[in-house]
Design a protein around this ligand. Sequence first.
Ligand code: ATR
Length: 281
Amino acid sequence: MADLYAVIGNPISHSKSPLIHTAFAQQLRQSIRYDRIEAPLDGFVLSLSEFYKKGGLGANVTVPFKQDAFNLAHFRSTRATVARAANTLWFSGTGANVAIHADNTDGIGLVRDLRDNNGVQLSGKRILVLGAGGAARGVMGALWDEHPAELAISNRTPSNADALVNDIGVAIGADCIKVIAPAGSAEHRFDVVINATSASLNGELPAMPQDCFATHAVAYDMMYGKTLSPFLMHAAAFDAKTIDGIGMLVEQAAEAFFIWRGARPDTTSVIAAMKPLISLA
Ligand code: ATR
């Protein structure tokens, strides 16, 4: 029987994770089954427990359950602890002695897509992250690990950015992340600007400081869709190189697959295969 994995979220019908993990398994000649599970908004724990009882070995967790997943786990990676959220779970032990392990692969997925797939150097660069929700929280630690010259955050509601910096500062150092006002002029320009807001989902341009794109800047939108997001269109008007989040989606999945299966899939071919599917969606 194939080894059982799943992605748990709400909503979940749009999730590309089954396609991606099935492609990884085919590539590596492994036998897995990967399901989508829509948990009720107040039913994450029960859904995970039913999945485990059915023989589930590991689960990806998406919106809105990443914090629930982190809180439930008995063992947490440093990456999950910095983010206080988990997108990858697996089990050890059996019966009453089962233990839940949690990791967060979103940040390393973003970094690998920028650095390895797109050749964007992060060390010594000035990086600005827009947004202060779960998506931003998940990637700050991995970005900091790349030794940027500066890591800054700007959010429509500045108090949410302050709260994120307070939380993350406990793990990576209180002075590491600078908060920038969402309007008005940025004090200086940034080499890499990452949209971690959910504005693109509504076809909106996120609030951001004026003149934030340096010459030859890179603009990265963690969302993806059929067409360039308003953020990427705006960035292109400033001659920034634009990258959407398809590569991050595949890279975070590849890291989860590696955690579960101990084998690392080739992501280049899977990213290439995903692009036309997304443009048809
Ligand atoms: P996620 O898990 O995707 O990060 P979230 O936790 O709801 O979702 O956070 C959404 C983020 O996108 C927040 O930083 C939000 O800004 P506020 O803190 O001001 O709410 C940001 N956001 C959503 N829509 C936006 C918009 N139209 N312009 C700017 N920021 C937006």
